[in-house]
Design a protein around this ligand. Structure first.
Ligand code: PEP
Ligand code: MG
Length: 893
């Protein structure tokens, strides 16, 4: 080749900050190599090479030469040649993207073995059995991963061999049996592919590298990335590493370690170890592991060295690290480390522990936790007792309380969840093919595997409740049931409850309660008292610091006194959106009907007069609950027919009455009104400011109720801060007309009451035209509040009530967007309109107050965007308020 790009780096050439280029695994192997830790030598092929491959369908022309160069250096370092018949160097070919995607992509071990070198390996290792077992593993992995064969073919062949020997354990197969298995595996390859298993070690290597590149686009990897919002074009790096063997005998083994408990954050020795086993055996949960501290008894030297490396890594990374290691004949080797995934609770605890240990400061502690993690800590918990019977106790792999119908396959989980059922996925163990079922389920229960099994690792990563290793359960996926100790049989569809914090499994539905973090937010737990546990104290410290550093204010969307009071306890500094439509529902519907049916002005006024005192009382209580802080009241927004009966229902009622010979006069009039108000496109019809301009007196009544309530509060010694917000404005003229009317009403009320109050009048920006003419609109508005729900609806032309159920599934599948624009703000489109409106609005009126009150106000990503474009506040539902406080703090750092 003639290219000048560098596609391959030796481990000694990289460092931990080069994740984008070398992938997480490669960057950290490089970092450990440079720390002088015992890492088997190797090299990393960059994500650039993968992107090239994915784009061109072939590797860069000069990649082969660069691999040769590094392979030669590796051979020199090891004193062996790849696949040498007498003493072969073997390598593993491992995927490793910038973002961790556990188990989603491929790995091939033992590359370099063939019909000749297997004999060299036998001589060098002193174990024929080991050599043949390694060879059969290579053909099996290579067949499945590189040649795309059905893995079951190999499993069946292996099972057959075991049956012939009358055993169920691999360990009972001797060298001769395994040599025979190799023969069967090679026959499978020949039959299925029409070619022999490649004997040329270099060809094996090149094919394995391409297969790892290809695995970037496997179905499960795509699904995982979409869920975790990992960019689909990042590509994976490939690590080629000299093999070390954990399966050379009982003085060898493989394990996983955490420098702290990823479930609780506690310091200590956590992990699992499996003697005489290779790589993936531990994660796959195939055989049962022993707790890591037992390694001390098994191999004290390796154990001591591991502990010392763990402490080196933790202080070097200043964070919890997880580690994969292998012991080959009493010699410890580090195969991987990374800053480890952890539960939400552990994330908070660890962050403040590290502050107390002097490793990080409070700014960094705030960066180390996320709003999503905080939201997880606010999920309800099981209340002990109740009617449910405990079936068994498994391992508490990922906290939370999940209740649902037991299902035994991923397909069923997805199907049932799609039709709205809550399900718990029950499996012996999960594998990467179960990802879609795990996503669909409320929780995951397995009977095998430890806290580092696939189920546990993936569930923790996605914040899903998981109980694993419930070994007393006999899971029979074929007959879709499991049997608990004592003989209780749980069939598909029976409701079970699983507690990911304790590992308990219950038959039936266990009631839930608010967790300690919520009780702290509610003011029920004093963070400085003995009642507060570590977690509450950590959350308190981190949120207090986030509040100190954030620039964005956080308000709430609330329209009842109870929600208002709760949001205030949760830290809201005002109401950003008080929707008034709920105040027209229930018993008051009749008054709205009267308003709509009134035939003259008198009748209309009478209906409005009846509504006014009720509205005043609503506002009074809300102003009291938010005393001293702004309360933005939005005048009525939805189309009026929403307060009337459904057209079809009413038509049927009228028709039935007529058929029975008792025509119902009142219903007939109502039906006429419903017909009159019926709209083909109500969300684009008579609503928002348009109602205020068309239904005489409606907005004036609301403004009067606001003003009178404020005066009453003021006279009672309160400090009401009402703001009046006009919805769905598209033109400044609409706003001017309502403003004029409102100002007159305010002046009249203040005069009647002898009270003076400053009341801001502003508008929502939720119609694209309002954003584009924001300078004009600002001339009549003292504040803007972005209604990003409607703004998204109108910018995309997506009906917010229909599209998510109708076709977003397909859009997400096709990658048109990675996340619904109703959930996380679409920066380039809707966000662009927000930016334009911010600039135009502020240029016309520098003191213009700017906020957002669409659902995006409580979405972590969107909060960062609103910080960046310079809004003054975000407003969200009460339970999102702490999340928004935290994310606003993180955005400011
Ligand atoms: C919005 O459109 O973003 C908004 C907050 O108003 P609503 O959801 O009530 O239409
Ligand atoms: Mg709206």
């Amino acid at each position: 080749g003639t290219g000048t790009a560098t596609w391959v780096y030796d481990f000694s050439e990289g460092n931990k900050d080069q994740k984008d280029l070398l992938g997480g695994k490669g960057a950290n192997l490089a970092e450990m190599t440079n720390l002088g830790l015992p890492v088997p030598p190797g090299f990393t092929i960059t994500t650039d090479a993968c992107r090239y491959y994915l784009e061109h369908g072939s590797t860069p022309p000069d990649l082969g030469d660069q691999v040769t160069e590094h392979l030669t250096a590796l051979e020199k370092a090891m004193g062996k040649t790849l696949g040498d018949p007498s003493d072969p160097l073997l390598v593993s070919v491992r995927s490793g993207a910038a973002a961790s995607m556990p188990g989603m992509m491929e790995t091939v071990l033992n590359v370099g073995l063939n019909d000749e070198s297997v004999r060299g390996l036998a001589t060098q290792s002193g174990s024929e059995r080991f050599a043949w077992d390694s060879y059969r593993r290579l053909i099996q992995m290579f067949g499945k991963t590189v040649l795309d064969l059905d893995g079951e073919l190999f499993e069946h062949a292996l099972d057959e061999a075991k049956q012939e020997q009358g055993t169920e354990s691999d360990l009972d197969l001797d060298a001769g049996h395994l040599e025979d298995v190799v023969g069967r595996f090679k026959a499978i390859v020949r039959e299925q592919c029409g070619r022999d298993f490649p004997q040329d070690p270099r060809e094996q290597l090149d094919l394995a590298i391409n297969a790892v590149f290809d695995s970037w686009n496997s179905g499960r990897a795509i699904l995982y990335r979409r869920r975790e919002r990992i960019p689909c074009d990042a590509g994976t790096a490939v690590n080629v590493v000299a093999m070390v063997f954990g399966n050379l005998g009982m003085d060898s083994g493989t394990g996983v370690a955490f420098t702290r408990d990823p479930g609780s954050g506690e310091q200590g020795v956590y992990g699992d170890y499996l003697q005489n086993a290779q790589g993936e055996d531990v994660v796959a949960g195939i055989r049962n592991t022993v707790p890591l501290p037992e390694l001390e008894r098994i191999d004290e030297g390796a154990y001591r060295e591991l502990l010392s490396i763990m402490s080196t890594l933790e202080s070097h990374y200043r964070d919890l690290c997880d580690i994969e290691f292998t012991v080959e004949r009493n010699k410890l080797w580090m195969l991987q480390t990374r800053v480890g995934k952890r539960t939400a609770g552990a994330a908070f605890r660890i962050a403040t522990q590290l502050v107390d240990e002097g490793l990080i400061d409070m700014d960094e502690a705030v960066r180390r936790v996320t709003g999503d993690q905080l939201a997880q800590l606010m999920f309800p918990r099981f209340v002990s007792g109740g009617d449910a019977t405990q079936l068994t106790q498994g391992m508490n792999a990922s906290p939370g309380a999940a209740v649902g119908k037991a299902v035994f396959s991923s397909e069923t989980a997805v199907q049932w969840a799609d039709r709205g059922e809550e399900v718990v996925l029950v499996r012996r163990e999960t594998n990467p093919d179960d990802l879609s079922g795990m996503i669909a389920a409320e929780g995951v229960l397995t009977s095998r595997g430890g806290k580092t099994s696939h189920a546990a690792v993936v569930a923790r990563g996605m914040g899903k409740t998981c109980v694993c290793g419930a070994e007393e359960l006999q899971v029979d996926t074929k007959n879709r049931r499991f049997t608990a100790p004592g003989g209780t049989v749980v069939e598909e569809g029976d409701v079970i409850s699983i507690d990911g914090s304790t590992g308990a499994v219950w038959l039936g539905e266990v009631p839930v309660e608010a967790p300690a973090v919520v009780r702290y937010f509610e003011g029920e737990i004093d963070p400085d008292s003995a009642e507060a546990d570590d977690l509450v104290r950590s959350v308190h410290r981190i949120l207090t610091h986030a509040d100190e550093v954030r620039r964005l204010d956080v308000r709430t969307n609330a329209d009842t006194p109870e929600d208002t009071a709760r949001a205030r306890r949760f830290g809201a500094r005002g109401i950003g959106l008080c929707r008034t439509e709920h105040m027209f529902l229930g018993d008051r519907r009749q008054l709205v009907e009267k308003l709509i049916l009134a035939e003259d002005d008198e009748g209309k006024q009478a209906a409005l007069d009846a509504l006014a005192p009720l509205q005043r009382q609503d506002f009074l209580e809300i102003f009291e609950a938010m005393d001293g802080l702004p309360v933005t009241v939005r005048l009525l927004d939805p189309p009026l027919h929403e307060f009337l009966p459904d057209l079809t229902d009413l038509s049927v009622r009228v028709a039935v009455a007529e058929a029975q010979g008792h025509p119902d006069e009142a219903n007939l009039r109502l039906l006429a009104a419903v017909r009159r108000l019926h709209e083909q496109n109500p969300m684009l019809g008579l609503r928002g400011v348009r109602l205020g301009l068309v239904v005489q007196g409606l907005f004036a009544m609301q403004v009067r109720a606001i003003a009178e309530a404020a005066c009453e509060r003021k006279r009672a010694g309160g400090d009401p801060r009402p703001e009046i917000m006009i919805p769905l404005v598209g033109a400044v003229q609409e706003l001017e007309a309502i403003r004029e009317e409102s100002e007159q009403v305010l002046a009249a009320v203040f005069q009647e009451c002898g009270v003076e109050l400053d009341v801001l009048i502003g508008t929502m920006i939720e119609v694209p035209r309002a954003a584009l003419t924001a300078a004009e609109i600002a001339s009549s508005a003292e504040f803007f509040s972005f209604g990003t729900n409607d703004l998204t609806q109108m910018t995309w032309g997506f009906s917010r009530d229909d599209v998510e159920a109708a076709f977003f599934h397909a859009y997400l599948d096709k990658g048109i967007f990675g996340v619904s624009p109703f959930e996380s703000l679409d920066r380039p489109g809707v966000g662009r309109l927000v930016e334009v409106a911010v600039q135009e609005g502020r240029s016309a009126r520098p003191e213009l107050k700017l906020g957002v009150c669409g659902e995006h106000g409580g979405d972590p990503d969107s909060v960062h965007f609103f910080h960046e474009v310079g809004l003054d506040y975000v407003s969200c539902s009460p339970f999102r308020v702490p999340v928004a406080r935290l994310e606003a703090g993180r955005a400011a750092l």
